[in-house]
Design a binder for this molecule. Structure first.
Ligand SMILES: [Mg+2]
Length: 199
């Protein structure tokens, strides 16, 4: 099977790391359990200037490397590959995060994977581009790859994946998607052990 695996809060604990950055650099104390929306500006009560700075700070190589792998994620991806599946690592991060993303994958033991950057949030142009960064594909181009399974956590993305009726969507359980109404092609999963067992 062809499988799409998201990075943030599927492969690694991004929200936990972002809470730490918000506290350290902006004095905003928010617990992971209380991140009930995907709108980080709202979650951390940041004004526009602070949000721009937060976005830059959270995409540095140093910040990205600090994200801890999700329990069982690295072993899970390897188990899927060992079982003969084709795994693509797909992210809504800007392509300008490539250096940090690549370094994180390598440090996690997933250095063989070349991440696909997708414009999941319609924010191409929000970030400076570095020469040599990989191209960013559209959601339509991504769909054309005809994945059998896609694993994601973002409600904004899940709302779009509801239309991918040919693809089984595994919704990685997180506080910000708890109230998301699952479409018929979706199953909520709570761990990587669950993912491997389902596939
Ligand atoms: Mg994600």
């Amino acid at each position: 099977m062809r499988i799409y695996v998201d990075i943030d809060d599927v492969l690694c604990e991004t929200a936990v790391a972002l809470c730490a950055i918000a506290e350290r650099d902006f004095g905003r104390v928010v617990r992971y359990e209380d991140v009930h929306t995907f709108n980080l500006q709202e979650v951390f009560s940041l004004n526009d200037e602070e949000m721009a700075r937060f976005r830059d700070l959270s995409h540095t190589v140093e910040a990205l490397l600090s994200f801890l792998p999700t329990e069982g994620a690295v072993e899970g991806v390897k188990a899927l590959v060992a079982a003969g599946h084709e795994v693509d690592i797909v992210t809504g991060r800007p392509a300008s995060s490539h250096r940090g993303t690549e370094a994180w994958l390598k440090a996690a033991g997933l250095g063989d994977f070349k991440p696909t950057y997708v414009d999941k949030y319609g924010r191409i142009g929000c970030f400076d581009e570095n020469k040599g960064d990989p191209p960013t594909v559209t959601m339509e181009e991504l769909r054309a790859r005809r994945y059998d399974v896609a694993i994601d956590d973002s409600p904004i993305v899940l709302a779009r994946l509801a239309a991918w009726t040919e693809t089984r969507i595994l919704v990685f359980d997180r506080p910000w998607n708890a109230s998301f109404g699952l479409a018929p092609n979706m199953t909520r999963i709570t761990s990587w052990a669950d993912i491997v067992a389902q596939i």
